[in-house]
Ligand binder design. Structure first.
Ligand code: BES
Ligand code: MN
Ligand code: ZN
Length: 486
């Protein structure tokens, strides 16, 4: 679907549909329609229970008039409307255009004058997110229909472009996450990163198992040892001429998590192709960064591995030396993400960045704590966390900070035989996982850890999401990197 700005008069629009976004308080903008359309809409409103509540959509067929359908879409109460309301509203429209087989539409907001850039961007982004499907393995393609054009009335062209780049980055991440473990394994994920880098002019280094051994990354190697496909370390770089900050993004890249020898029961193993969501979010961000060219040096680090049970697999009781020299005792092979990230966070720290953001589908405990729609946020720097929370809000991605100052809880990851134990028991499991990661973050580096186990994957269709991968984290990172200045 193409998203474009529209600056002509509404009455000159030649397409299938007009969509009006409306506040609950007033439907005055209906008056912007041509008389014929407005009359028709008013007539239908007399009998329909449309209140313009957020998420409400009313389809008004207008046969014989300048367009064949008018959509009324509720934004809810005016004072509650924010950027994400627009993102959700245009996603709702795109989804509806898909199911109604509407090729083109003009989207009109209740705002007067030229649309602000952030709203133009959110509308374009929402539409492209809402139009997403993953159907490459469906043989019967004729069932699917994709709308062709969405015009945004008085939209800002440049901001629409940025919205497209944001959305494409997320949809790219979603595509990769949705690919199953027999297609994306550590090696093919690394190839994908190289392909991306080549296309977009990023630097990309991939380290294989021999090199990982030389580099002292025993933890990442151990997690991948039970798999027929060996681990890879992926390092992407975007470097502007003059950077105001050096940022490293680290993504958990378990292309499949069976649990290893501590094997997961079937129900829990299902969908564990999504355990690479952090890694794919990093690739999505790098893709957008290469196009947006911000004044921040951005590194993307991924430890790719597959956690499988096997005669060669790592075991409970094993002791592993991570890249920063710390020894890890394995309590449970299913707490593998943090083990791989011990090495990738150590590697990231050696790059001496100002800041690190990591994204990981790390713990089921985080989903228990916060629900499926909110990521856990953990930090060693309240200032950095404050910024990330602000940009997450702008991005419409829910994050909630969990504490790292419980020193009694921290003792749960003490090991009898090594420096640190890879699990801390049932209670506070998301926190002890974050505390484990902290052991591998270098001194003086501001760090935010996002546990995206819940929101990375959706079991429902809602807002701009469909069932499956969401690309969670991409928007927050991009908002942070571009500082909301688009
Ligand atoms: N990848 C899982 C966490 C996860 C669970 C992500 C559900 C998405 C949905 C992680 O590797 C894991 O298995 N964690 C264990 C840790 C436990 C063994 C301490 C968990 O959460 O049960
Ligand atoms: Mn696991
Ligand atoms: Zn995992």
């Amino acid at each position: 679907m193409e998203v474009k700005a529209y600056s002509d008069e509404i009455k000159n629009f030649k397409g299938d549909a007009v969509a009006l976004l409306l506040y609950e308080e007033n439907f005055k903008t209906i008056g912007r329609l041509t008389r014929g359309l407005a009359n028709r809409v008013r007539k239908v409103l007399e009998t329909e229970n449309f209140k313009a509540k957020e998420g409400q959509l009313l389809k008004v067929p207008t046969p014989g008039l300048s367009v064949r359908v008018v959509y009324l879409i509720g934004l809810g109460k005016r004072e509650k409307v924010d950027e994400d309301t627009y993102r959700r509203a245009s996603a709702l429209l795109a989804k509806r255009m898909r199911s109604d087989r509407v090729k083109s539409a003009l989207l009109i907001t209740p705002r007067r004058g030229e649309l602000p850039r952030d709203i133009s961007k959110a509308l374009a982004e929402g539409a492209l997110l809402g139009n997403y499907t993953f159907d490459k393995y469906k043989s019967k393609k004729e069932e699917s229909f994709s709308p062709e054009e969405l015009y945004i009335y008085r939209g800002d062209e440049k901001a629409i472009e940025v919205g497209k780049i944001f959305a494409e980055a997320q949809n790219y991440a979603r595509d990769l996450v949705n690919e199953p473990g027999n297609v994306i394994n550590p090696i093919t994920l690394a190839q994908e990163a190289q392909k991306l880098a080549k296309e977009l002019g990023l630097e990309c280094k991939v380290y294989d198992e021999t090199q990982l051994k030389e580099m002292g990354m025993e933890a990442l190697l151990a997690v991948g040892r039970g798999s027929a496909t060996p681990p890879r370390l992926i390092h992407l770089v975007y470097k502007p001429k003059k950077a105001r900050e050096k940022l490293v993004l680290v993504g958990k890249g378990l292309t499949f998590d069976s649990g290893g020898l501590n094997i997961k029961p079937g129900d829990y193993m299902r969908n564990m192709k999504m355990d690479k969501s952090g890694a794919c979010a990093v690739l999505g961000v790098m893709r957008a960064v290469a196009k947006l060219k911000p004044d921040v040096e951005v590194h993307g680090i991924i430890g790719a591995a597959e956690n499988m049970p096997d005669g060669k697999a790592y075991r409970p009781d094993d002791v592993l030396r991570a890249k920063n020299g710390k020894f890890i005792e394995i309590d449970n092979t299913d707490a593998e993400g943090r083990v791989t990230m011990a090495d990738t966070l150590s590697y990231a720290s050696e790059l001496k960045p100002d800041r690190i953001i990591d994204m990981a589908t790390l713990t089921g405990a985080c989903i228990v704590a916060l629900g499926e729609y909110t990521a856990g946020l953990f930090t060693n720097s309240e200032n950095f966390a404050k910024e990330i929370k602000r940009f997450a809000k702008k991005a419409g991605e829910r994050v909630w900070e969990l504490p790292m100052d419980d020193e009694r809880l921290r003792k749960k990851i003490r090991s009898q035989v090594a420096d640190v134990l890879n699990t801390g028991g049932r209670y506070g499991g998301a926190i002890t996982a974050a505390m484990f990661l902290q052991e591998f973050v270098g001194e003086g580096i501001d760090w935010v850890h996002l546990d995206i186990a819940g929101p990375a994957w959706s079991k429902e269709d809602y807002a701009y999401y469909t069932k499956g991968a969401t690309g969670f984290g991409v928007r927050t990172c991009l908002e942070y990197i571009t500082k909301g200045s688009i």
